[in-house]
Design a protein around this ligand. Sequence first.
Ligand SMILES: O=c1ccn([C@H]2C[C@H](O)[C@@H](COP(=O)(O)O)O2)c(=O)[nH]1
Ligand code: ZN
Length: 192
Amino acid sequence: MDLAEMTANMSLQNVNGKLQKKREDYIDWREYFMAMAFLAAKRSKDPSSQVGACVVNKENKIVGIGYNGMPLGCDDEVFPWGKNTPSPLDSKYLYVCHAEMNAILNKNAADVKDCSIYVGLFPCNECAKIIIQSGIKEVIYLSDKHAHKPETVASKRMFDAVGVKYWQFTPKNEKIEINFSDIDWNNMSPRK
Ligand SMILES: O=c1ccn([C@H]2C[C@H](O)[C@@H](COP(=O)(O)O)O2)c(=O)[nH]1
Ligand SMILES: [Zn+2]
């Protein structure tokens, strides 16, 4: 390996007189957590909207992750995924569990007090209530495409009333990609 290869995506730092490689292209915490929410969304069977959520504590540890899906035991091949059905009983809305609710209920910690939640879509009013009741203090979202809907306006009204902070995430990376065929399994680094 020549020096150029060795230092690709890296800078060198002087540590006690020795040159040491320093990676520069790792993703930061926020990009990582939002990417985790989007990875979780890839599990969703909803044909029109795949939403993911990732709950993170003050130590930057992920304590819950979830996506929109049918309740446990409600077969997602049987329950409906439609939207504009003549009867509301035949659409997804009465059944689907939202990503935020699943992420919070899936917690692997005693509670999610003072945590942050990363979500693809601004939480609806029902999720906002669960976020508030569970003690989450910060919402980081990517899309606010339903900003005009009463559900979103109500969410913001509740968050403002109780001091839950919310802000829109602007990704630094245009894409974060995992390409398994790019990995050199012998040394677990991208192929040169
Ligand atoms: O806060 C929210 C709001 C919605 N979702 C899920 C619920 C549904 O599966 C879709 C919304 O479907 P549309 O076809 O876009 O109406 O998103 C959620 O997880 N969290
Ligand atoms: Zn919701």
